[in-house]
Structures are given as C-alpha cells and as structure tokens.
Design a protein around this ligand. Structure first.
Ligand code: CA2
Length: 145
C-alpha cells in the first residue's frame, strides 16, 4: 500500500476563497476530500498545509522516521525563494512531483524559477487543481516500476 503525502505551502489555505480567476473555485478541504476518494487504487494519501516555512521543513524531516513512498508538493511562493525547503526535500530522498495550479511560466518573471523542479520527478503547472490528480497518477506509474 504505497503512502503518498500531499504538501501545500503558504496561502493555499485560501483556495476557493480568493482569486478564483487564477486558482479556481474549489476549497482546499474539498480538493483533499476529492483526491482521497479518487486516489489510484491502493494508494494511501495524507495531507499537510502550512503558512510557516519551519513547520513545512519539520513535517518533511518527520519522513525520515515515518517514510512515505512519494510526495506531491505545491510549494507555492517558497518554490521561488526557499533553499531551505529544497535542502529538506533533498535530505529525505523521496520521489516527488511538483504541482502548480497556475502556469508559473505565463505570470511574473520571478515565478519562472523554481528551487524544486530539478529535484522533482515531474513538474505540472497550469492544469488547475487537476494537476494534483495528474501528479498522483505519475507517482503511481513510477512506484509500480
Ligand atoms: O500556481 C500555483 O499553484 C502557485 O504555486 C501558487 C502560489 C504562487 O506563489 C506560485 O507562484 C504558483 C500562490 C499560492 C496562493 O494561493 C492562493 C489561493 C487562493 C487565493 C489566494 C492565494
């Protein structure tokens, strides 16, 4: 039973409450419920969202004692800023897929650089919240070998 952890970074708790033109109308807890009900067969999901960088890094460190087989992460603004997040993800050495709801390449120039993309198995951007489901499929294929 592969375990996959879905991580969401800062401000993604506002999904469905602000900026629906960019991020869509779905709330984060509804997204998590839908993903949980439609996960690839046999995959066990868990979820974590925080607005605090240190908390995110601590959650990733916990995976050293309680590992998962895969990670889906939308690092939100930390994508573009956080060497600390990158280092934590490298340290736990778990296959990860980076997701962005919006197309980060079609927005502000500073969003075009990611500290995560080159350590990710795959990067999904601009597919809306469906990107999370695509990420789970991608991990499922990879974990099946
Ligand atoms: O497109 C994405 O998923 C992003 O990771 C979202 C981040 C942004 O900084 C990245 O460049 C791209 C922002 C998350 C903010 O989430 C909100 C959701 C709803 C309303 C307001 C903010």
């Amino acid at each position: 039973m592969p375990k996959v952890l879905i991580l969401n970074g800062p401000n993604l708790n506002l999904l469905g409450r602000r900026e629906p033109d960019i991020y869509g109308p779905t709330k984060l807890d509804d997204l998590e419920t839908t993903l949980g009900s439609n996960a690839p067969q046999g995959m066990e999901l868990s979820f974590f969202q925080t607005n605090h960088e240190g908390e995110m890094i601590e959650r990733i460190h916990q995976l050293m004692d309680t590992p998962v087989e895969g990670i889906v992460i939308n690092p939100a603004a930390w994508t573009h800023t956080s060497v600390a997040l990158r280092d934590a993800l490298i340290a736990i050495n778990t296959p990860l897929v980076e997701v962005h709801i919006s197309n980060i390449h079609a927005r502000d120039a500073f969003r075009r650089h990611s500290y995560v993309s080159d350590i990710a198995l795959a990067v999904i951007a601009g597919c809306g919240i469906q990107g999370y489901a695509f990420a789970l499929e991608t991990l499922n294929q990879k974990l099946k070998g």
